[in-house]
Design a protein around this ligand. Structure first.
Ligand code: FES
Ligand code: FES
Length: 156
């Protein structure tokens, strides 16, 4: 066992992990941040995307130990301080960018990472960026609209 330290959603945390503990498992089981979903555990689906030092990462592909001393943001950290939905989350709701919602945490985290790099992404750029995020419900069209809506809100 080893001790990891990181800042998660603005809060300093630490915990004991095994060398093989995945970041996704540490977030869900160690910190009870169950908004990060695990759809495959094999880097296929993107449900587990979080930000590590500002970059979108599939948290099932990283050991918790590798993320030690990093700054991590999960879907819980995308909400406003008063607990209301943040801009990207709200855009998914407003534009019906989810149905069952299983993929949504990863979609929102990937979308936020894209918008942090590019506030005016075209449809093709959005679809390219979401290549690693699989949704079995929506057909993606409303996810694209949600991200375009979030971009407009953020630009305003
Ligand atoms: S759970 Fe990580 S990519 Fe599917
Ligand atoms: S909303 Fe169901 S998997 Fe995307």
């Amino acid at each position: 066992m080893a001790t990891v330290h990181m800042v998660v959603n603005g809060r300093e945390v630490s915990g004991e992990v095994e060398g093989r503990t995945l970041l996704s498992d540490f977030l869900r089981n160690g910190l009870k941040l169950t908004g990060t979903h695990i759809g495959c555990d094999t880097s296929q689906c993107g449900a587990c995307v979080v930000h590590v030092n500002g970059k979108a990462i599939k948290s099932c592909t990283m050991f918790a130990l590798e993320a030690s001393d990093s700054t991590v943001t999960t879907i819980e950290g995308m909400a406003n301080e008063d607990g209301s939905l943040g801009i990207v989350q709200q855009a998914f709701q407003d534009h019906h960018g989810l149905q069952c919602g299983f993929c949504t945490p990863g979609m929102v985290m990937s979308a936020a990472a894209l918008l942090s790099e590019n506030l005016t992404p075209g449809e093709a750029e959005i679809r390219d960026y979401l290549e690693g995020n699989i949704c079995r419900c929506t057909g993606y069209q409303n996810i694209v609209k949600a991200i375009q809506g979030a971009a407009e809100e953020l630009a305003a």
